[in-house]
Design a protein around this ligand. Sequence first.
Ligand code: FAD
Length: 326
Amino acid sequence: MSTTVDTDLLVVGAGPTGLYAAYYAGFRGLRTALVDSLPEPGGQISAMYPEKMIYDVAGFPAIKGQDLVDALVEQAAPFEPNYLLGHRAEQLAQDEEGVTVTCASGLVVRTKVVLISGGIGTFSPRPLPAADAFTGEGVRYFVPRLADLAGLDVLIVGGGDSAFDWATSLEPIAKSITLVHRRDRFRAHEHTVRRVLASTAEVITSAEVTALLGNGQVRAADVVGKLDGAVRTLPVQAVVAALGFVADLGPMTHWGLEQRKRHILVNQAMRTNLERVFAAGDIVDYDGKVKLIATGFGEAATAVNNAMTVIDPSAHVFPGHSSDVP
Ligand SMILES: Cc1cc2nc3c(=O)[nH]c(=O)nc-3n(C[C@H](O)[C@H](O)[C@H](O)COP(=O)(O)OP(=O)(O)OC[C@H]3O[C@@H](n4cnc5c(N)ncnc54)[C@H](O)[C@@H]3O)c2cc1C
């Protein structure tokens, strides 16, 4: 059975950009709904690096990922945004008075304006082939709570930033860390690589994890050297497969939006080629675009304040200062 939600502004994507847009929309007196396919708000931050420190958000010399998400939710909360989590937006149709967005679940949202802050799309981790044959527990693609892996022998697979970041964060609390990468070069920041190489973590290059062993719970992993074919069986109770993510813009590519390299093109007002559809954050492109949380925040403010004039043509783009509010 389909349910219909009516709102002034629908935000598609409750990552940091969408959450900040919810604050601004509330500040402008709009009723706001946020739809996200994930069960929690926070986008890439909550899904991929909730425990990591972020150092480049204005005003916070350092803030843990999940703490930033929690603060964004708290900042928007007084305006009571309607969170529609676990719903993937599938279709978008604009008419003269508004926009209708239909979700895969059957949920229908009727809104005056849409702000797309869909980031890299709905994202899913690249699977670890050795895990296919292993039906038990112990393999994960995210580490939402580092403490879950305390005292365990942890095997991390991958050679990118995530793999090395997990190695750095987990090394102080895990019993042991082994990082296995199929090449002899890494895609991670040099600084992090050096830090891991200097730590107690063992880094095995030019090798692949060919099998996970265990009955119900992973107990060991076979690691095969690609050059000599030698097999090492490592005791392991947790595997973190950090092989990257497959991002799926999926439905958004069929919404009649002008795109460049799988990103939505916007003008200086963060407006797309559709009058009632704005976009902000990682999903947009324009000359000089920089994909950062900080830029997403600025774009969200620009998008919402310009969207305001579509909803109410007598409204000003400039919202006034929040510090003027008693
Ligand atoms: C490991 C890592 C570390 C990072 N570190 C930093 C850092 O230190 N500083 C920094 O500035 N940036 C960092 N970034 C980048 C930063 O996380 C992104 O720039 C930011 O998350 C973009 O926010 P967003 O809200 O635009 O998109 P996202 O965070 O990607 O959120 C988009 C949301 O939209 C949802 N969505 C997409 N399509 C649909 C659909 N059709 N229906 C419903 N929901 C949908 C997704 O589920 C997701 O929740 C890092 C990224 C990673 C992966």
